[in-house]
Structure formats: C-alpha cells, structure tokens
Design a protein around this ligand. Structure first.
Ligand code: HEM
Length: 533
C-alpha cells in the first residue's frame, strides 16, 4: 500500500509544510460541535499548535479526541475530515451506514498515478464492486483454506532462513509476506528478498511515495485550479506521467507472464489464471485484471511483514511473555512435530499475544480514510456529504477508558476479557480486528493475513529463542525500542537487531526436514533467480 497517501491527506490540511503537518490558525480550524445535526455551528478555530513534526499523526488525532470527544471534524479549505475514536460510533458510521460511507476521498495524485484503478484507493462504484467481488473470491474463508499449504511452505522457509541467516530476519519476513501474495495471486514464488519481482514492487512504491509525499506535487486537492496549468509550466505533470508508466508496466508484465504460462499449459492454479478465464463474469478487462493483481501485492505484502516485525520486537523485548508462550506451545505440540493451524484453538495465551501486538502497535493506526457520498447521521451528529472519514484505531486501542494501562504490552488482558477491555465497560461495537478497518472497505485480505500471522507466530515461538543483542563492550543487553515510527500510512517498528537461536537441535532438524519437503510446493510456481531456494 502506498505510504505517501496518508501524508498527502494531511498535507492537504496544511499544504506548505513538507514532512509532517502542523495545524495553524487560518489554514485549519477544528470543531466538534459543528457536526451536530442541529446545523453546522460556527467554527471554533483551535489556535494552539498541537502538532510538532516529531509527533505521529495518530497521536495528534488521539490528543484531539481527548479534548473534542469521540467524533470531531477538521476543516480543510472547503472540505471536512471527520475523526471517529469510539467503537460504537464506528459501527454506526461504517457498518450500519456502509452504503454511504464507503467511498474514498478524491485524491488527484492517486488518479494520476493509478488512473483510479488501484483497488485500495479507487472510488466507490461499479468498478470497485467488480474488483472487490473478484478479490473476495480469492480471499474468502474457503479460498484461504486452499492457500494454507502455500503459507505453511513459505513459513517453513522463513524458519529455515532464520536458522541459516538470522541477522537478516527483517528482510526474511518481507520476502515471506510478498512471496505468499505473489504465489496465490500470480503463481510466482520469490525465493529471496533481492528477487527481481519483490524489488520491482519495492521500486514502484518508492516512486509513488516521491509523488504522494507532502510537497511532492503542488496541493491540487486544495487549489484545484492548479490542475489546469499547462504541462510546460508544471513539470510535476511530466513526472506523474512517467511515474504512471512505471507503476503500470510491472503489473502488465506480470499479466503477460501469466498469459504466456497459460498458453504453455503450465498453469499454477493461481488467482490471475482463474480471472483470465472469468473476466466477463467480473467485467474486468486485461488492464483491470493486471491492476487488481498489483493492488493485492501492494496491500498485502508490506502490511503482513510489518506486523511480523512488531511481533518479533515484542517477544524479544518481553522475555517473560515469550517464555510463557513457549511453555504453552510445548505442552500442546511437543517436540516431535511442527505446530499446525488446528493447534491455535488450544493456545489461548499465544492468541492473546497476537491480539495484544495488534492492539499495542496497530500497523494501520488510522486505517485508510473513507468518504461519505451523502450527508450521514451518526448518533446525534451529521457528517456532511463528501467528508473524509478517519477511523482512529490507535486512539481506541490506547484509550484508558477502555483498557487498563493501555500503553503497556500486556497480553494477559485478553485472557481476562474477550476484547482485552476493562471489566464493566460497554463493549458495543468492539472487535479484536480494528486494525483491518471497517464497513464495506474492510480489508478483504484479513483472513489470509491472520493465517500468516498465526502460522508464523506458532512456528517462531515453538522453534526459536529471540533475545536482544549484547553490547560487546559492556555486556549489557541493547534495549529494543517499541516506540513506533510512521512510514506513510503504516506504523512500523524502529529498525532493531535481535539474536535468534533454535531452541533445540531436534527442532532445527525438523525445520530442515520440513523445508526439504516444502520445495515441492515451490516447484509448482514460477520463480526467477540465481539463488537456490
Ligand atoms: C496485517 C496485515 C494487514 C493489515 C493490518 C491490513 C489492513 C488494511 C486496512 C486498515 C485497510 C483499509 C480498510 C478500510 O478502508 O476500512 C485495508 C484494505 C485493503 N487490504 Fe489489507 N491489511 C493487511 C493485509 C492484507 C492482505 C494480506 C491483503 C491481500 C492479499 C490485503 C488486501 C487489502 C485490499 C485489497 C484493501 C482495499 C479494500 C478496499 O478498499 O475495498 N490486505 N487493509
């Protein structure tokens, strides 16, 4: 998913400051009461600087929620952004009113880059519905059952990579996540992080970021007249055209590879091969088929990898948590076999750790903004037509009215209550998967992602010890910072190192054996690299 999109949205609040955004008098005002259905009361400009460049955007939304409540609006030139920080209001806005709150904001740069064909950012309408329907068919519960052998083989490879080259665990998890989506969607296995398919994708994200970052192009969404400046005086338009070509080409190349494979009779049973056979059923031509496949890689690779990095950071930083999860899994699985997804139901503590990592460090802290297509009533408020609607996942997850010590990493909270919440609170609208968004735009890949997360969490905890590295001079452990950083729309851990060692030679041997068997699965798919998988 493009990192720069969210910054662009914020940049449009305050277009002239590169990097992060600082609300200032005159450019922005903030009101809560203006949303009341009684009418739109006059603005109450908020003049204090709430936002310093070093702060995170979700912090800003959350600070404002403490002052202005669970729903408030930001005025951005002639537009409105609404921030929702309560599960109850979210349900009403996104689920009950899903038919009218499932659009995306009209972002000019997104149109220039992806022709409005990128599933995550495309506007709500027939084309989105067709793409979404097709995506559902490959990501549904039944379809995900069929993907499990691929996820198992890739996760075994990840464990093997941890054994062989533990220091590169950061890129190993990225490879894992990308290779799962490439295999399922395009019939392509990626044996290494430096695989050209992964690198092509990483490069396209880089270009999009350059354009979508604040100041990357002039603030056309605030001053639409800028769109009409002729290209010879607006070099950014040429840049966007070039970037558009560079985005589109890898998608079409992938489609070409798939079409060629089908012609050669070498089908892999992947999603795009299926779509090529059923394009009429989904009203998707070649171009949209290619964009859909590309969107799934964009949306599904980095996100899953970032969660796994946070998971490793948390278990390495909290040895007691890791030890307890290891004791639990040893009791259920033993040492003679690797865990399987069926074991998860007998691992309540590990499930609690997985949930707590999502709560503690939600990798999409404000999801992807929705937009309203008409005026929407939510409780006693009215969200005007065309508003951008942010879901403040971070604010919900770190609200001390809902959670005891919300800033502490404490998996046990999920053993005490279903949603990890304090006892006695109203849990209407609560879920454990806020990080996947809400309503009709909710992440269609959540089950694929959750299966990846569960498999890898079980394999890691069963097979390995994770510890902070030691300072060679003092012998002290180097602390692992869990203070997150933003990477555009995604919240990522600060780069960290940790020691990864197998817990026993028997477990290491079992991983090597499973890895040898997993190669049969990889041989079903295409791959291109000189490196042995
Ligand atoms: C831990 C991993 C993941 C997280 C946290 C995550 C989170 C999200 C969020 C917050 C959204 C926006 C939802 C909204 O607008 O309300 C989203 C959208 C989306 N995600 Fe995921 N996602 C993950 C993995 C995946 C995977 C594995 C895939 C598919 C292979 C995927 C495909 C998509 C697509 C296609 C959309 C756009 C849906 C639309 O706009 O209709 N995601 N994801």
């Amino acid at each position: 998913m493009s990192n720069g999109w969210y910054q662009l949205a914020l940049a449009s609040i305050c277009p002239d400051i590169p990097g992060f955004v600082r609300p200032r008098m005159g450019l922005q005002s903030i009101t809560q009461t203006r949303l009341k259905t009684a009418g739109y009361p006059s603005r109450t400009p908020y003049s204090t600087t709430l936002w310093e460049p070093s702060h995170l955007s979700e912090d800003m939304f959350t600070e404002w929620a403490k002052t202005y409540g669970d729903i408030y609006s930001l005025k951005m030139a002639s537009g409105t952004a609404v921030v929702i920080s309560s599960p109850k209001l979210l349900r009403e806005c996104m689920d009950v009113n899903g038919g009218i709150t499932s659009d995306r904001p009209d972002i000019h740069a997104a149109k220039l880059l992806w022709d409005d064909k990128e599933l995550v950012l495309t506007r709500y309408g027939p084309m989105w519905k067709n793409m979404r329907r097709a995506a559902h068919d490959i990501l549904s519960r039944d379809a995900c059952m069929k993907h499990l052998p691929i996820q198992h083989a890739e996760a075994v490879k990840l464990m093997y990579d941890f054994l062989e080259r533990p220091k590169q665990f950061y890129t190993h998890v990225y490879r894992y996540a990308a290779s799962v989506v490439y295999s399922v969607v395009w019939g392509i296995h990626c044996p290494e992080f430096n695989d050209s398919f992964i690198q092509d994708y990483v490069a396209t994200i880089g270009i999009a970021d350059e354009i979508m970052r604040p100041g990357g192009i002039p603030p056309v969404d605030i001053f639409p007249v800028l769109k009409y400046i002729p290209e010879r005086w607006a070099p950014w338009k040429t840049l966007c055209k070039q970037a558009h070509t560079m985005q589109r080409k890898p998608y079409l190349d992938l489609l070409g590879i798939c079409i060629d494979r089908v012609k050669r009779g070498k089908r892999t049973d992947c999603f795009i091969e299926y779509l090529l056979d059923h394009q009429d059923q989904y009203s998707l031509d070649d171009e949209l088929t290619a964009y859909l496949g590309g969107s799934l890689i964009q949306a599904g690779s980095y996100t899953t990898a970032v969660y796994l990095r946070f998971f490793v950071a948390c278990i390495a930083a909290y040895p007691d948590v890791l030890r307890r999860a290891q004791a639990e899994i040893d009791g259920v699985v033993g040492t003679d076999r690797m865990p399987g997804l069926d074991d998860l139901e007998n691992l309540p503590y590990l499930r609690a750790v997985i949930n707590e990592v999502h709560r503690f460090r939600p990798i999409m802290p404000t999801a992807v903004p929705h937009a309203s297509t008409v005026d929407v009533r939510v409780g006693e408020y009215l969200i005007p037509k065309g508003s951008m609607i942010f879901m403040n996942t971070w604010g919900i997850n770190h609200n001390e009215e809902y959670f005891d010590n919300p800033d502490s990493f404490d998996p046990e909270r999920y053993l005490r209550s279903q949603f990890g919440t304090k006892s006695g609170i109203d849990t209407t609208g609560f879920r454990n998967d806020f990080v996947f968004g809400a309503g009709r735009r909710i992440c269609p890949g959540s089950l694929l992602a959750s299966n990846s997360i569960a498999l890898n969490a079980m394999y890691m905890v069963w097979a390995f010890d994770f510890t902070p590295t030691k300072n060679p001079d003092s012998g002290d452990l180097n602390p692992i910072s869990l203070t997150p950083m933003t990477d555009g729309i995604v919240l990522v851990p600060q780069p960290f190192e940790c020691e990864i060692h197998p817990r026993s030679t028997a477990k290491a041997e079992l991983i090597r054996k499973e890895y040898a068997a997993a190669k049969d699965m990889f041989d079903i798919f295409e791959y291109r690299t000189s490196v042995d998988h």
